[in-house]
Design a protein around this ligand. Sequence first.
Ligand code: FES
Length: 153
Amino acid sequence: MKFDRRRFIKRLLVAIASVEALFLIKGGITNKARLSEDKKLIRVGKSDSYEKNQVYPFLSHHFYLKRFEDGGFMALSIKCTHLGCVINHNTKTGGFNCPCHASQFSPKGEVISSPATRPLDYYPMTIKNGELYVDTSVVKRRKSFLKSQLTYV
Ligand code: FES
């Protein structure tokens, strides 16, 4: 068998290029995943910047931040659990109304009036360095309101 130097160098270059391409693809995927995870963890700030028994809309991030009378926080999804329309905060009742088929929800997100049959979903919250974060990458479904769904500082 005759040693073909040109063919050997060509194959070597193709092999090196393939290995580099694999590293680039892997790195790109990892960075993209890290970026999208960061974008879904929404920093909403210090707890003392929110008054008790009030609702604060973060509509571009798809949640209402509710602070309850006992100081607990809940990030309620803005999506109606009937067919997914965007709910409105009812400033008179403290609850939420759906403009599409008139479902109504309590301030805790429980169904007051159908056609929705289950409470509003919510997003888990965490505290880092005294600041509140809402993790919009995880949507929590529930059958009823439980105090354990609230986040306390
Ligand atoms: S989508 Fe909200 S009541 Fe139908």
